[in-house]
Design a protein around this ligand. Sequence first.
Ligand code: SF4
Length: 254
Amino acid sequence: MGPLRNAYLDALGIDRWVSRNAPAEVAAMPEISPAQVSPAVSRLPTPAPAPAPFVPLPPSGDWSELRERVAACTACDLCKTRTQTVFGVGNTRAEWLIIGEAPGAEEDRQGEPFVGRAGQLLNAMLLAIGLPRETVFIANILKCRPPANRDPKPEEVSRCLPFLSNQIALLKPKIILAVGRIAAQNLLATDAPLARLRGKLHTFGEAATPLVITYHPAYLLRTPSDKRKAWEDLKFARAAHARVTAGGNAPGNG
Ligand code: SF4
């Protein structure tokens, strides 16, 4: 069987059958000349080379450099549809870090997380526990907007999370407040529903930073009846922060 014929059968996904008497049969088979091969087959694309494995840069020790890295990032396909990256905003010496999911349409336009109605509600939630927006740092799991506000894909999260980890390493927050299911599940590496993650004190990373989970303000805008539960979460987070800054242990679960 000539190599050209083999290639043809392989291209069509047809198993090659070789008889025990193959040498004699093969000798009797007519050879296929290149002119006999359909142009469609001869145009079959050669397989693309495997993409180089993604290797994240070592963490940066500098906010400006990290911001530049994020702005230039093309590590996932979201770079093709974003207007701009949304690095995060706030006080780089803040004790509170608020983490959401990903930029929405307005955030993509303005380059800042939590603007628009959900942002206004987040500001009100923070102010209710004595935290003006400018005193905290606010970031997202993803730095670029997923089209049509779809959920982030696992690969996008894995490519982008090193940036958030770098931000956490630079900020060294006393407490993290994760808002919404996507942020909570990715920070805790779990698929447990948000209802099971609320009302508990978790920790994040090697520094075991206290981590509290609550609802995303966009969800609360759609479901105002859960604002009362969110208020319980905020009070719980405030108590955890007070305990940590007083040098004691954070409050127990519940
Ligand atoms: S979402 Fe994150 S990993 Fe993907 S391109 Fe944007 S900054 Fe890079």
